[in-house]
Every structure is written in structure tokens, then in C-alpha cells.
Design a protein around this ligand. Structure first.
Ligand SMILES: [Zn+2]
Length: 171
């Protein structure tokens, strides 16, 4: 089996930011998967699972109500490693454009007051697993990272090699 492209990124040197993870085509229409990376993988704590669940609900609500973007959003959701989220959009936009969108969306999270949308047993599969105060803290930190130290180029994809020149694929 081939290593899928997102696993061939060097995750030991990946900084918070926004990256293009992959581009697929549905007919002639590009579909872009953005890596909305909130923490440095394997270097600092991942996002708390309840906080990233709350971020999922709030950012999805924001994106699917935004007049400019709602029809372009195919998917929004957390990564399994809890260090970021995937945003899948119809079309292709520079990371700087998505940065402005994410600053607006995460500002909404950091300022959010009240009930998190979709958190009843009928509307969420794990409605007790939410943490709004921690979601707001993470959102505030991510906004300041996007504003101050924006990264959008993946680090090298060269994998470590053994003495025989074989590459290690550990993902
Ligand atoms: Zn949920």
C-alpha cells in the first residue's frame, strides 16, 4: 500500500497554521482539503477532545451560515490526532484567504456565549462531551497564532533513511 500524502508530511516539524493538504477533482471542479492546524504535533499538547468537539459544532455553524462561504463548504471536522481540523471546500483558494476566514470563525468561537448549538441527545452523538471555556481558550490562542506567526508551507517531506537507503514509513 502507498503512504497517503498527508502521512508523508513531516509531523515532527509542523507548526500551527493553515496548509493545503490535498486537491482532488470532481469532474473539472477542484475540491481542496485544508489542514487547519491548531497545535504543533508531538511538541505541545493536542487540543482537549471535548474542546475540539465544541469547536467542531461552533465553526461548522459559523461556516454553514456565512453567506460568502456556506455553499462552498463540503466538510468541517477535527483530525483524529486532535492537533487540528480539516476544512474541505469546493474550489481552490490561497491559504491567506482561508486564514481570514478562520480568523473570523475562531473569533466567533472565542466570543461565544450561551448554549453550544446541536448539543442535545437528538442532535449530537456525544452531547455531554463539550467544553466551551476550553474551546474559547484554544480559539483565542489560534487566532493570535494566525495573526502573528502564520505558516502555510509544509516542512520537508523527506523521510528518515536506514543505512541501506530504505525509507521509514511509520505513519
Ligand atoms: Zn457533536
Amino acid at each position: 500500500m502507498n503512504l497517503i500524502p498527508s502521512f508523508s508530511v513531516d509531523h515532527t516539524n509542523l507548526k500551527p497554521g493553515i496548509y493545503i493538504s490535498r486537491t482532488d477533482y470532481c469532474g473539472d471542479t477542484p475540491v481542496t482539503t485544508y489542514d487547519i492546524r491548531m497545535t504543533a504535533p508531538n511538541q505541545e499538547p493536542a487540543v482537549n477532545i471535548a474542546a475540539i468537539h465544541t469547536i467542531e459544532h461552533l465553526v461548522a455553524t459559523y461556516l454553514r451560515n456565512d453567506p460568502e462561504w456556506k455553499d462552498k463548504v463540503i466538510y468541517w471536522g477535527p483530525m483524529g490526532c486532535l492537533t487540528g481540523n480539516y476544512l474541505i471546500l469546493k474550489g481552490q483558494y490561497p491559504c491567506e484567504v482561508i486564514r481570514d476566514l478562520m480568523i473570523d470563525a475562531f473569533r466567533e468561537v472565542s466570543d461565544y456565549e450561551g448554549d453550544v448549538p446541536g448539543t442535545t441527545p437528538a442532535t449530537c452523538g456525544n452531547c455531554l462531551m463539550h467544553d466551551l471555556p476550553m474551546a474559547k481558550w484554544e480559539a483565542r490562542r489560534y487566532v493570535s497564532r494566525l495573526e502573528r506567526q502564520f505558516c502555510c508551507t509544509y516542512p520537508g517531506v523527506e523521510r528518515p533513511k536506514d543505512s541501506a537507503g530504505n525509507q521509514f514509513f511509520d505513519a
